[in-house]
Design a protein around this ligand. Structure first.
Ligand SMILES: [Zn+2]
Length: 324
């Protein structure tokens, strides 16, 4: 949605309430007490009442906004900003834009929104041909902090405490290169999962959760320790020279490099425990890159459908210096 249209449609708390009410009524209100779908709107208290048992449902209950003390305008603005830019917004920048005094509630709001993005995407199983690879993202974590406190040098390479492990899976359909696009494969949905380790069993379990059984997996032969045979319709392990990687496994590489540059620009010093949250946002946008102006409404629907998995916690600025 364009900025002018947004400011016209949502000029005050009342217009946000009205929109939220419409979106929720379109999807149907279900009574938490008796399961009835029949409700009437109590305009004085701004909530629905169940026609069967009289229980009330507030505008924000059962949504991403549940329990939040922030005005709806803040949530709407955050959803607008997150869906109208190609990149993202750090919580610091969001706080500045909203002119809010405290960082904590804004930071928490952003994580809750990313959490519903992840929940929405977790409903989708990747199908057909799927590129699978692993990636390492630089993060900050307690292990690093401990090493620094003790004056110990950090390990280098893939085993470094700074390297968080991520499994990347992208639907990738073979296509004929055209004048417009020279790519030999077209990307579909993506899933990125922050992994505790990259042992064969752990990778297999995540792949089974994310990918449909009838799919064909394409992966780099150097990951030969990962055994997926028998779990999917087929597994193609390709010997990939570094210079051929963009051609053989194009989409995992494009996605990894785009995600890294987004994190580098916005969330440098990302704490390990929040990495999944940023990955969820990146994937949500990647999966909807052609939605254009409809993305606002889509994220709004996800926001009223899911309560976030992100639980209240205090932002620790001593460990994370500039975490978005
Ligand atoms: Zn009821």
């Amino acid at each position: 949605m364009k900025l002018l249209e947004f400011s016209k449609r949502f000029k005050d708390e009342g217009s946000c309430e009205q929109y939220l009410r419409e979106v929720r009524e379109e999807r149907g209100i279900i009574c938490r007490e008796c399961g009835s779908h029949e409700h009437y709107w109590d305009k004085y208290h701004k909530r629905w009442r169940c026609k069967e048992c009289g229980s009330e449902t507030t505008l924000t209950s059962g949504t991403v906004m549940q329990g939040s003390k922030l005005p709806l305008m803040y949530w709407f603005t955050a959803i607008h900003l997150l869906t109208s830019t190609k990149n993202s917004f750090s919580a610091k920048e969001m706080q500045r834009q909203l002119g809010h005094k405290r960082y904590q509630p804004i930071w928490e709001m952003m994580h809750k929104l990313r959490s519903v993005m992840g929940l929405r995407d977790s409903q989708y199983q990747l199908t057909k041909a799927v590129e699978l690879d692993e990636a390492f993202f630089t993060t900050d974590n307690e292990e690093i902090q401990k090493a620094k406190d003790k004056g110990k040098p950090l390990k280098r390479g893939a085993g470094s405490q700074r390297q968080s492990k991520v499994l990347v899976m992208v639907e990738s359909e073979a296509t004929i290169p055209t004048k417009k696009s020279h790519k030999s494969r077209k990307a579909g949905h993506i899933r990125m999962v922050h992994m505790p380790d990259l042992l064969s069993e752990t990778v297999k379990n995540e792949a089974i959760k994310a990918i449909d059984k009838e799919s064909q997996i394409i992966m780099d032969d150097s990951k030969s320790h990962v055994k997926l045979d028998g779990e999917f319709k087929g597994t193609e392990k390709k010997v990939v020279k570094p210079e051929d990687a963009p051609r053989v496994l194009p989409w995992v590489h494009i996605a990894i490099s785009n995600a890294k540059s987004m994190f580098l620009n916005l969330y440098h010093g990302t704490k390990d425990e929040y990495l999944q949250s940023y990955l969820d946002e990146f994937c949500y946008k990647f999966n909807r890159m052609y939605f254009g102006e409809h993305l606002f409404d889509r994220l709004m629907i996800a926001s009223v459908t899911y309560t976030p998995a992100f639980k209240h916690r205090i932002y620790n600025k001593n460990i994370t210096l500039s975490c978005g």
